[in-house]
Design a protein around this ligand. Structure first.
Ligand code: PMP
Length: 442
């Protein structure tokens, strides 16, 4: 008695209408199902671990708004905080106490973020981090890793993951060669390649930017010691290390990826970027780090950065309520659900004889198909692109039709929340055998 959620007639009508007036019918590319086919589901509402589409189908959500929904959707206390804040006014363009409260909450979890500037999107946060690094060092070059996504900043749209990986674009049109010419792209997890870049260009490198644990080419965890090596090399050569925790921050643990690695090993980056969870579903992101670097921002210093809606009172209220609720028990639950689903995925794929690797970083995980992935894991973007990613479309579609909303791309992490109770997890587990068979037959 499986659920069937294949009726998408209202979504199809909505999509046709949207396509006439919105490029591709969507306001962010991966939502268009370009990589999996079929009708993108237009969502009407969401609660806890479930989303409901405009045809009335309910799905267990494994996207979680691409990260923010750590507590599940529409957590009553977060919604109350938003309602209270909204009742006091939507936007002032003047400072509010909630902004400092949110920054204090971030700093208490990641003390190396000595000072923090709030912005509205992860893209702004990484863009500001690069500008700060260049101003602080007086150097121009940026090192990034193939397959790491840091938002749609021009300089970082060289060999990016996420939507860019999904669409198979090597880069983006409209980005000048002059801009990406100051970006050096290095294979992920490749210490020798990073060393070689520093040997050749060390004196010109302003910063290395990296996802603290990459999850935008699927999940490709840093090999033990990789991030620490980046820290050592940047220190040696006078460059800054920027750890992008827009996705991992306050999701993979109380203190983000830094809490799982840097804190334990006794090091930290110079600049950290955050987003997603710190807005609890509304637009808040941040760049934080060393006081001397952060003080370069206007109005204290000469680096210009600003935003009409930066630190918006409703958005910061949502983020603050979310972080205050995200205690150890929340992370324990998210970790447990992730571990259970990884185990179930592995068991189901093995039962059908589908070669695969379920890779994970904290509670983020994704599945790569193919014998190479099974044998060696996918440790960098080239390995990811060599996986049998075509098996994902039928896998995804089967899950969708059984009431499970997985990310509509093989190159994205799966997100679970503390609201994923046994019933929601059970529904995913029940949907796996058919989905795995579809993947096997592809
Ligand atoms: N950095 C990382 C690691 C991300 O995952 C993302 C978004 N997925 C961004 C930056 C960009 O954030 P935003 O979409 O809010 O601009």
């Amino acid at each position: 008695m499986s659920v069937t959620t294949s009726n998408a007639t209202t979504s199809a009508t909505a999509f046709a209408r949207a396509q006439a007036v919105i490029p591709g019918g969507v306001n962010s590319p991966v939502r268009a199902y370009g990589n999996v086919g079929g009708t993108p589901r237009f969502l009407a509402s969401a609660r806890g671990p479930y989303v409901t589409d405009v045809d009335g189908n309910e799905y267990v959500d494994l996207v979680g708004s691409w990260g923010p929904a750590l507590l599940g959707h529409a957590h009553p206390e977060v919604v109350d905080a938003v309602r209270d804040a909204a009742g006091r006014g939507l936007s002032f363009g003047a400072p509010t106490v909630t902004e400092t409260d949110l920054v204090d909450e971030i700093r208490s979890r990641v003390p190396p973020a000595e000072k923090v500037r709030l912005v509205s999107t992860g893209t702004e946060a990484t863009m500001t981090a690069l500008r700060l690094a260049r101003a602080f060092t007086g150097r121009d070059l940026i090192v990034k890793f193939a397959g790491c996504y840091h938002g749609h900043v021009d300089a970082l749209l060289a060999s990016a993951g996420s939507g860019v990986a999904t669409l198979g674009l090597p880069d983006s049109a409209g980005v000048s060669a002059a801009v990406t010419g100051e970006t050096i792209v290095v294979p992920y997890n490749d210490v020798e390649a990073v060393e070689a870049v520093f040997t050749e260009h060390g004196a010109r490198i302003a910063a290395v930017i990296t996802e603290a644990a990459p999850a935008n080419m699927g999940v490709v965890p840093p090999l033990p010691g990789f991030n620490a090596t980046l820290r050592r090399l940047t220190l040696t050569h006078g460059a800054l290390l920027i750890q992008d925790e827009v996705l991992t921050g306050f999701r993979v643990g109380y203190s983000g990826w830094w809490g799982l690695e840097g804190l334990r090993e006794g090091w930290s980056a110079d600049l950290h970027t955050f987003g997603k969870v710190i807005g609890g579903g509304l637009p808040v992101a941040a760049v934080g780090g060393r006081r001397d670097v952060m003080n370069l921002l206007a109005p204290t210093g000469p680096v210009y950065q600003a935003g009409t809606l930066s630190g918006n009172p409703v958005a910061t209220a949502a983020g603050l309520a979310t972080l205050r609720l995200a205690d150890a028990s929340v992370y324990a639950r998210v970790d447990a659900v992730s571990a259970q689903l990884r185990g179930e995925l592995t068991a189901a794929l093995s039962a059908e004889g589908v070669p695969h690797a379920v890779q994970w970083a904290g509670n983020l995980f994704s599945t790569f198909f193919g014998a190479d992935a099974a044998a060696h894991g996918a440790r960098d973007y080239a390995a990811v692109l060599a996986t049998e990613s075509w098996r994902y479309a039928p896998f995804f579609t089967s899950l969708l039709e059984s009431g499970v909303y997985a990310p509509p791309s093989p190159f994205e992490a799966w997100f679970v929340s503390s609201a994923h109770d046994d019933d929601a997890v059970g529904r995913v587990v029940a949907a796996l055998p058919a989905a795995v068979r579809a993947a096997a037959q592809a």
